[in-house]
Design a protein around this ligand. Structure first.
Ligand SMILES: Cc1cc2nc3c(=O)[nH]c(=O)nc-3n(C[C@H](O)[C@H](O)[C@H](O)COP(=O)(O)OP(=O)(O)OC[C@H]3O[C@@H](n4cnc5c(N)ncnc54)[C@H](O)[C@@H]3O)c2cc1C
Length: 215
């Protein structure tokens, strides 16, 4: 496992505002905050701060500490932090798995996080686990035996999951920059990136190698 260099707090809270907030992700030198409206008047938020792994001070962080840390960020971030109860806070250091060269080991097959745990920057961890399940079901149906199905699964899944792990890690590194010169260069590059290039990256993500087998 590889430590990403940042730790993450998250919570789901009731939305007490009149309007649900839009889904946003804010990158700043103090860290990154994401806000995602959910159904039933709830909000999911996360906050990532650069930190040594297993840092004792951050482990003791309460909502008020996060509020102090991010109080200069734009609305609704400080308000959302203030509304969160300590009991709703979840904190985890963020790790990923260096891409493996194999998923199939005889009659043992790795899938989901066991095969390709990724940083959460693309929101793809569980999505890739679900894709694994669909592809495995297809290959088992096609071959009828794990002898052929497991290597066929591996062949279809290695490259896609490896690319996502790498891209997600790179996004995290860009998002967690603290140096003001590097931040200015990153922001300039992102603004200059043609929309067509951005949508091409999404296209790749959403083009899934399903064979369309009904099962
Ligand atoms: C902060 C954060 C944000 C995330 N955001 C997203 C997101 O937006 N979108 C997304 O798609 N993914 C996201 N993920 C990733 C997602 O949670 C994981 O990729 C997903 O849960 C992996 O599923 P899994 O079934 O492979 O593994 P797990 O969910 O880890 O399930 C493995 C299960 O096996 C059990 N287990 C372990 N050992 C044994 C044993 N010996 N016997 C029996 N049971 C055992 C465990 O208790 C666990 O229940 C996020 C992750 C984090 C940390």
């Amino acid at each position: 496992m590889r430590y990403s260099g940042y730790t993450c707090w998250r919570a789901v809270i009731a939305n007490v505002g009149d309007e649900p907030p839009g889904a946003t992700e804010t990158w700043g030198a103090a860290g990154r905050v994401g806000v995602i409206p959910l159904t039933q008047q709830r909000i999911y938020w996360f906050a990532c701060i650069n930190a040594p792994a297993n840092d004792e001070e951050f482990k003791r962080f309460k909502v008020k500490d996060l509020y102090e840390h991010f109080r200069h960020y734009h609305a609704p971030i400080p308000g959302i932090l203030r509304q969160t109860k300590d009991s709703a806070l979840l904190q985890n250091d963020i790790y990923d798995l260096k891409p493996l060269k194999k998923f199939a080991y005889g009659n043992v097959l790795l899938l989901g996080d066991a095969a390709h745990a990724t940083t959460p920057n693309m929101g793809q961890g569980a999505c890739q686990a679900i894709e694994d399940a669909v592809v495995l079901a297809e290959e088992l149906k096609r071959h009828g035996s794990y002898h052929q199905a497991f290597p066929a699964f591996e062949q279809r899944r290695l490259r896609r999951t490896r690319d996502i792990v790498r891209q997600s890690r790179a996004i995290g590194q860009a998002a967690q920059l603290e140096n003001s010169l590097l931040i200015a260069a990153r922001d300039l590059l992102l603004r200059a990136m043609p929309a067509a290039l951005r949508s091409k990256q999404f296209e790749k993500l959403y083009t899934v190698d399903f064979k369309g087998a009904a099962f």
